[in-house]
Design a protein around this ligand. Structure first.
Ligand SMILES: [Ca+2]
Length: 369
């Protein structure tokens, strides 16, 4: 019952805008008692929707679905991409930087700065896991694209994140599409970062289901679990989009056909690189389609109402066979003992998604280019 009261209080914070009213109805229709919003959260969102384009920095390890995500962001009038920061994950960091520069050249958006991120984990670990078997050895479907003409800026990713958060306090959203090393470094370098950054939208975690690296862990969290635990417990305003929702968001063979038939430059480019990604999903999951992890997370930054959320404390296992496991404490039980979750800040974790709406938006924006 307490949850229902919270929702109604939250809805009273909406303006009379029709756009917002539509989202409200969609939200109510989920009927999930697990969905908890605070008044502040909803006020924050409605304020953002009415404002000018939201400034976003995409922290990325391109990556085939990263490429889609970057293109969707660049085609979305609701956001202004003010920079890309790079990280290891799908590929090593050097290649991630090269691919980020390349994708901006493909998009004709070379004015967007690229800041190179860490080559090692937050604990200086040099044994990096890369997912070249998912995205191809070059991260972009083994297409042997020519090297980009542009270069990364001199600033590190973490320094760039800190600088932009200071320049536009409360106005910058970081969309983190790879391991969280750069974000954790920004938090360590500037204690004010968690207050100055508007929101951190994270693609990461497997909440209440198996991971995609192993049964425990999702790939981005597994890439640097120590960094992920720092970020989740930092007190920043965090939305986490885990594979428990992104595995419902599938680009099908039929959608692929539509991209193939499109004259749009992004659609044509993506058709070149998608084959490797389709083959991996067919072999690994037995599905005829691909999961849209990264582009869906961009849409969560643009319109959080495409998802519903629960709120709680997330801790990350940093050792042992469950290294990279994300465990959400939903605050329903009051434990007698002090736990590793006690008194830690809460984050919002996606629990449901309007998958058809998300796929349609991604397709519309990729086809219309
Ligand atoms: Ca990624």
């Amino acid at each position: 019952m307490a949850h229902v009261v919270l929702i109604l209080v939250g809805l009273s914070a909406f303006s009379s805008s029709q756009k917002v009213a539509k989202y409200s109805l969609q939200f109510i229709s989920t009927g999930s008692s697990a969905v908890i919003f605070s008044r502040n959260f909803l006020t924050h969102i409605t304020k953002d929707m009415a404002a000018e384009p939201k400034k976003i920095i995409i922290d990325t390890d391109p990556g085939i679905d990263d490429a889609m995500a970057i293109f969707v962001a660049l085609r979305s009038p609701e956001v202004e991409v003010i920079g890309l920061t790079t990280i290891f994950g799908n590929v090593y960091t050097t290649l991630a930087t090269r691919n980020a520069l390349h994708l901006l050249e493909v998009a004709g958006r070379t004015g967007v700065p690229v800041a190179e991120g860490s080559h090692v984990t937050i604990t200086n670990g040099t044994k990096i896991r890369v997912a070249d078997f998912v995205h191809g050895a070059d991260g972009l479907g083994n297409q042997k694209f020519p090297p980009p003409k542009g270069k990364a800026i001199a600033q590190s990713a973490a320094a760039f994140l800190v600088e932009q958060a200071n320049r536009y306090p409360g106005k910058v959203t970081v969309v983190a599409l790879g391991p969280l090393t750069n974000i954790a470094l920004a938090i360590q370098q500037d204690p004010a970062f968690v207050r100055n950054i508007g929101q951190i939208v994270i693609l990461g975690g497997a909440f209440s289901l198996n991971g995609n690296v192993n049964p425990a862990a999702e790939a981005n969290i597994f890439g640097d679990p120590d960094a992920a635990d720092i970020v989740f417990t930092s007190g920043a305003d965090i939305l986490a989009i885990g594979i428990n929702v992104t595995h419902q968001i599938i680009l099908t063979d039929a959608d692929h056909d539509k991209l193939t038939q499109s004259n749009g430059k992004f659609a044509q480019y993506l058709c070149k690189i998608l084959d490797v990604y389709f083959k991996y999903h067919h072999d690994a999951y037995g599905i005829k389609g691909v999961y849209l992890h990264d582009p869906a997370t961009i849409l969560a930054a643009i319109n959080p109402f495409l998802f519903t959320y629960t709120e709680g404390v997330v801790r990350v296992q940093i050792s042992g066979i469950t290294r990279g496991l994300t465990v959400l404490y939903n605050k329903q039980k009051k434990f007698a003992e002090v736990t590793e979750w006690t008194d830690k800040p809460t984050v919002k974790v996606a629990v449901t998604v309007d998958a058809p709406a998300v796929v349609k938006l991604i397709m519309d924006r990729l086809l219309d280019s």
